[in-house]
Design a protein around this ligand. Structure first.
Ligand code: DNO
Length: 351
């Protein structure tokens, strides 16, 4: 496994590459062209400039998170083929630059969702949190009114917020089944270019792993993923295993899910959550005893299935007075990386 950190690019991230380089064991970053709207082609020059900038810092670009998918593809509108063509062109440019991992999600309208950006924990750190009652209390009108720029989470596509009402309209008749068909259509169209350049597509789970705001969500548990793996049975159609997203649903047994997907997990996000009561959880530090997951069992399962792709600590708490993008500060993710290093060293020596 290659330990990596997510980095949003020098124009957006608060953390410079040289600091990431100093975290023991971290050999690469996972990055993106954050300002290219979903649906547009990533230009070759910008892609290779990103690779060069990262290489010059002594790190490698270990994969892209994300090349976002245009809503016309997700909703299957008459414009989808044009946007799929653009996506294929982007993959060609990435392939030519030697990049062979692309993380994406297929969530309608919203990417990951939280209701609080800075819930205070007993130790004074702050974390992202989710409360279902808070979501249920939002009528669509209140939601549209509250979605100002303050509430755009890292990785979201801000341009979507400008058209939020019409986006909801676009998805009005999209059932989970239809969304699944649209995902299969998209992936089948990508497989030739993915095979040509050996690019692994790694679908990110829906977070939280259930429908929110009445929108369909399909990548929520093992049945959905296995169905997708079988529908496009090509190793280039794979999974981002995100413990913190699948783990929002306590009935998802994370180590068991990992063991059921050998060869199809191409990227791993590891983080811990703490469940407080049904419908309420907050993000914890990576340490098992701080939250609700057995992080040893998760890393061990990845190790046992022979996973050797990039793994990254996921959201961190805000600690030591750091001000950064919610979930994406340096300090707590560096602690997460150190912990993953420790687990991996111990697991590999047990063998
Ligand atoms: C949140 C992230 C997501 C993820 C996308 C993948 O922190 O895990 O934004 O990057 O869903 O497209």
């Amino acid at each position: 496994m290659k330990i990596t950190l997510r980095w949003f690019g020098s124009n957006f991230d608060t953390i410079p590459l040289w600091k990431i380089r100093q975290i023991p064991g971290v050999s690469g970053v996972i990055s993106t062209l954050y300002d290219v709207p979903a649906g547009e082609i990533w230009e070759k020059e910008r892609t290779s400039a990103l690779v060069n900038e990262i290489n010059e810092s002594g790190l490698e670009l270990s994969g892209i998170e994300s090349v976002n998918v245009h809503d016309a593809i997700k909703a299957g509108t008459h414009e989808r083929d044009r946007f799929i063509e653009n996506y294929i062109k982007t993959l060609e440019h990435l392939g030519e630059a030697g990049i062979n991992l692309v993380c994406y999600n297929f969530m309608p309208v919203f990417d990951w969702t939280r209701t609080e950006l800075a819930r205070v924990r007993p130790d004074g750190s702050t974390v992202l949190a989710y409360n279902q009652q808070a979501v249920d209390a939002l009528t669509p009108e209140k939601m549209f009114a509250s979605l100002d720029s303050e509430f755009v989470l890292p990785g979201w596509e801000p341009e979507r917020m400008e058209n939020i009402k019409s986006l909801f309209e676009t998805y009005r008749d999209i059932t989970p089944e239809k969304l699944f068909e649209n995902l299969v259509y998209f992936l089948k169209a990508l497989m030739p270019v993915c095979n040509k350049y050996d690019i692994k597509m790694a679908v990110h789970p829906d977070d939280p792993a259930w429908s929110v705001f009445g929108l369909p969500r399909i990548i929520t548990g093992l049945d959905g993923i296995k169905r997708l793996m079988n529908a496009v049975d090509d190793v280039h159609n794979g999974v981002t295993f995100c413990s913190g997203s699948y783990g929002t649903n306590p009935s998802n047994n994370l180590p068991e899910m990992i063991r059921a997907l050998p060869g199809r997990i191409h990227f791993a996000h590891v983080r811990n959550l703490k469940f407080n009561f049904p419908g309420d959880f907050e993000e914890a530090s990576h340490l098992s005893s701080d939250g609700s997951f057995d992080m040893y069992a998760i890393i061990k399962a990845l190790f046992d299935i022979g996973f050797n792709g990039p793994i990254r600590p996921d959201h961190g708490r805000m600690i030591w007075g750091e001000a950064a993008m919610p979930g994406y500060g340096l300090y707590d993710r560096a602690l997460g990386a150190a912990y993953i290093n420790g687990l991996l060293e111990a697991i590999s020596k047990e063998k």
